[in-house]
Design a protein around this ligand. Structure first.
Ligand SMILES: Cc1ncc(C[n+]2csc(CCOP(=O)(O)OP(=O)(O)O)c2C)c(N)n1
Ligand SMILES: [Mg+2]
Length: 374
């Protein structure tokens, strides 16, 4: 299975736009990108550990090995831009706008307390325990509510930015979708609508090679899902989903394209799903996926790829790169010393809040289900 990016499919880019946006990133930006990769990874492994300790119920949908897609695509957004994450993107809810200030709970992203309370299904969560995973959103923070219907957020995102345009605002919307969701009818209807109206919708496709138990060759007859863009005459780009800087470069080209009125785009990020579809599927997935394919797919850990880049750029010494060795390790192999203290502290604040929070009262169960009668 291919996880390396091809740079040859960049229809619609002019010379100006093809100058790499990452050329503007500072050493501090690189350090922040790496810190955010650790944070997304720590969220994943910490939740798995919490569940194994019996402190957490519900299914976990791991973004392990796919963190560079979330971190790299969110990094260049403006606070007012819209995002619509789906099941595999749980860290996106708190990574939005985090570079502004990790400790500012009023920034345009969800707080880690809200996200953890949602995962724990507590009364303090946005969903008030009606669901425990990504079925949340926040209008004031410009996070479009995630839906269970794959690709269902793309028409919503198109509508949101159309409304903003009519109100004179120059926001963009970034939707996250697995490659499997591109076979949905609504995917095509929404991308077509966005193309016709030149709406600023950036559709990220996380091509992790599997849709539940279905491999990509049974989902789509071509190799590159970015070619879906050709049918709509829109920009289609391919990023190396293991390399946060390449994701940033490709997504920022799509963002700049959208912001300058040139319309929607598809950015395919090639990656590999490290575990089962959800943690309920881990044992089964170990049987339906060839072991050598899984081993190869996990070879290029995004944390290791970024460290290598930083050493090459002189932003980190080879010795420093040995610190915080979370890369290449599963949840049962890492401990807190494999992560920067800031990352551990940040997430612990959310986990402790969630554990201490109460469950909702039973009487609440029917609230918001039927229209209240006076
Ligand atoms: C319309 C629809 N059909 C089926 C499902 C059940 N389902 C949830 S996730 C999933 C697989 C999605 O695969 P992909 O889009 O590649 O995302 P990934 O899980 O690999 O990140 C399926 C079939 C659903 N949620 N919505
Ligand atoms: Mg997939």
């Amino acid at each position: 299975m291919a996880t390396t990016a091809k740079a040859d499919h960049q229809t619609g880019l002019n010379d100006e736009a093809s100058k790499l946006p990452s050329a503007q990133l500072t050493k501090g930006d690189y350090e922040e990108l790496l810190r955010q990769l650790y944070l997304a990874r720590y969220f994943d492994v910490r939740l798995i550990k919490e569940k194994k300790r019996g402190r957490l119920r519900g299914t976990l949908y791991s973004s392990h090995n796919q963190e560079a897609i979330l971190v790299g695509s969110l990094f260049g957004l403006q606070s007012e831009d819209w995002i619509s994450p789906i099941h595999r993107d749980m860290p996106a809810f708190f990574l939005k706008d985090i570079r502004k200030d990790w400790n500012n709970d009023d920034r345009m992203g969800m707080t880690i307390q809200e996200v953890c309370a949602q995962v724990w299904g507590k009364a303090t969560s946005p969903g008030r325990a009606r669901d425990n995973w990504s079925h949340i959103g926040c209008q004031s923070k410009h996070i479009i509510h995630s839906t269970s219907m794959l690709a269902g957020t793309i028409p919503a995102a198109a509508g949101v930015v159309l409304a903003d345009r009519l109100n004179g605002k120059n926001t963009i919307a970034m939707t996250f979708n697995g490659e499997g969701s591109t076979a949905q009818g609504v995917f095509h209807e929404a991308v077509n609508f966005a193309a016709v109206h030149k709406l600023p919708v950036v559709t990220i496709i996380e091509n992790n090679q599997w849709a539940y138990g279905t491999p990509t060759n049974l989902e789509y007859p071509l190799e590159d899902f970015a070619r879906r863009a050709d049918g709509y005459g829109i920009l289609g780009l391919i990023a190396d989903g293991q390399d946060v800087v390449d994701v940033y470069d490709k997504v920022m080209q799509a963002v700049n394209h959208a912001r300058s009125g040139k319309g929607p785009s598809i950015v395919e990020c090639k990656t590999f799903r490290a575990y089962g579809h959800g943690d309920h599927d881990d044992d089964r997935a170990a049987r339906y996926r060839p072991a050598d394919e899984v081993e190869k797919g996990r070879e290029r850990d995004p944390i290791a790829v970024m460290k290598k880049r930083m050493v090459e750029m002189g932003y980190m010494t080879a010795d420093d790169a040995k610190n915080y060795a979370a890369e290449g390790k599963g949840a049962s192999e890492v401990t807190d010393i494999d992560f920067p203290q800031q990352v551990v502290d940040y997430l612990s604040k959310g986990v402790e809040f969630a554990i201490k929070s109460p469950l909702p009262e039973a009487e609440e169960a029917a609230q918001w289900v039927f229209k209240e009668v006076e």
